[in-house]
Design a protein around this ligand. Structure first.
Ligand SMILES: *Cc1c(COP(=O)(O)O)cnc(C)c1O
Length: 419
């Protein structure tokens, strides 16, 4: 990466050259998928006749907000779903997932996670730990999980027994803070068929965080009844300022809507303020921005594996999310990695990330994020709990060129570690 703005050692420049060669094949596949998904999004905009009037915000209750209702319809079309709820009122992905779980489950119901223990922030929602702030457990909902196999894959053979009679079978597509492989849409389709065969009444819910637009299909096109995600990740395209979505079967979306606002009020309230245009524009850009994040991830896999680190997935591996894990094996290296990523940011590039007790997480967590939107992880970011094996999970990059730069800065910081 030759340019006069950032200084790299000859070793890093040589690495960047080699990594560039490795990336050529994967990059052309990423571009092909992005083009397909961009056409899908554009056709949904046109089908629902998106016009300038849809960008006019509402205040107060938000009755009759056409921009909001049309955006729901556009998202549903893009995801091949019957219906969707897309709201800036969702605080985050966790809040949207919580809304969906409480929307669908009733006391006495049983929910089964088929992909092992869910993402850290959901533990308190399920009632696995923490005070009784009104978790699912508090409401008499039974939670069970099917552990992953030793190789980190879903235990397909044990699914039928585990899900029979359950209200929800839950699956997390992305790896979260673990080193297990993420679950592709093809695999999700297979799992969905196994669930349906075992018990046709089970509701199949997928945490789709970080997965949107990485493949040509979403889980809703592969048998999932509900998918949920965050707008400061892929589908917000780096433009949505906050929010989340739930998409899927119309009867379930209706239940979620009454939980999202109030029973009785449902989706007819909830003003859009001035957020609608950002959400439309973010969705429009999302396939391209997701492609930039994917290129950053593939490039990172190439660079850090050349440096001798274990990377998951490898540069040439098929991907279903934008996450790249790099196993760094020491606190010093984890902090150095995050320092480098932070130095590559357009905002707050001058600060030094520190590990801290972040709300919702069990271990200290270090996060590098120099983002236009606080905590937006579709922007170049890296984080990891300060615990064995001291891995960093990096994701995002609004543009491929600056993502690449951040990766090289992290590589250079690692090169200066002494341990
Ligand atoms: C990001 C994420 C969530 C939701 O986290 P928020 O920070 O609340 O948006 C849930 N599951 C997975 C796998 C995630 O990556």
């Amino acid at each position: 990466m030759k340019q006069p703005f950032f200084n790299f050692s000859d070793r890093i420049l040589a690495l960047s050259y080699e990594a560039g060669g490795i990336c050529r094949g994967p990059f052309s596949e990423i571009e092909e998928t992005a083009a397909f998904n961009a056409c899908k999004v554009l056709s949904a905009f046109q089908k629902h006749r998106v016009g300038e009037s849809h960008f006019t915000g509402t205040t107060g209750y938000g009755y009759g907000d056409r921009g909001r209702d049309t955006l729901d319809a556009v998202f549903a079309s893009v995801f091949g779903a019957e219906d969707a709820l897309v709201r800036h009122q969702f605080v985050s992905g966790t809040n949207a997932i919580t809304t969906a779980l409480f929307g669908v489950l009733r006391p006495g119901d049983r929910m089964v996670s088929v992909s092992g223990t869910p993402y850290d922030t959901l533990h308190a929602v399920l009632g696995l730990r923490g005070k009784n702030y009104g978790s699912l457990k508090d409401f008499g909902i039974q939670y069970e999980e099917l552990p992953l196999r030793k190789d980190g894959k879903v235990d397909l053979e044990k699914i039928p027994e585990a899900v029979k009679g359950a209200k929800i079978a839950y699956l997390q597509r992305s790896r979260g803070y673990s080193l297990r492989p993420s679950i592709t849409v093809g695999e999700i389709e297979r799992i969905s068929k196994i669930i349906r065969t075992a018990d046709k009444n089970v509701i199949f819910m997928v945490d789709n965080c970080y997965g949107e637009f990485v493949e040509k299909r979403e889980p809703t096109g592969a048998g999932a009844d509900l998918i949920i995600g965050s707008l400061i990740k892929n589908p917000g395209g780096g433009i949505a300022r906050t929010g989340g979505y739930i998409a899927g079967r119309a009867d379930l979306i209706e239940l979620c809507a009454h939980r999202m606002t109030s029973p009785g009020a449902g989706r007819d309230v909830g003003c859009s303020l001035d957020e609608t245009k950002n959400m439309y524009m973010g969705l429009f850009l999302a396939p391209e921005v997701t492609a930039a994040a994917l290129k950053t991830a593939v490039y990172a896999a190439a660079v850090f594996s050349k440096m001798g680190y274990r990377v998951l997935p490898a540069a040439h591996e098929y991907r279903t999310d934008v996450i790249q894990a790099v196993v760094l094996k020491s606190e010093e290296r984890l902090l150095a990695f995050c320092r480098g990523i932070q130095r590559g940011a357009p905002v707050d590039s001058f600060v030094t990330p520190q590990a801290w007790d972040m709300p919702g997480y069990e271990d200290r967590v270090v996060m590098a994020a120099g983002a236009f939107h606080m905590g937006a992880s579709i922007e170049l970011s890296a984080d990891g709990p300060v615990r064995e094996p001291y891995a960093a999970w990096m994701q995002g990059g609004l543009t491929a060129a600056t993502g690449r730069l951040g990766v090289l800065l992290a590589a250079q910081e690692l090169d200066s570690c002494t341990d």
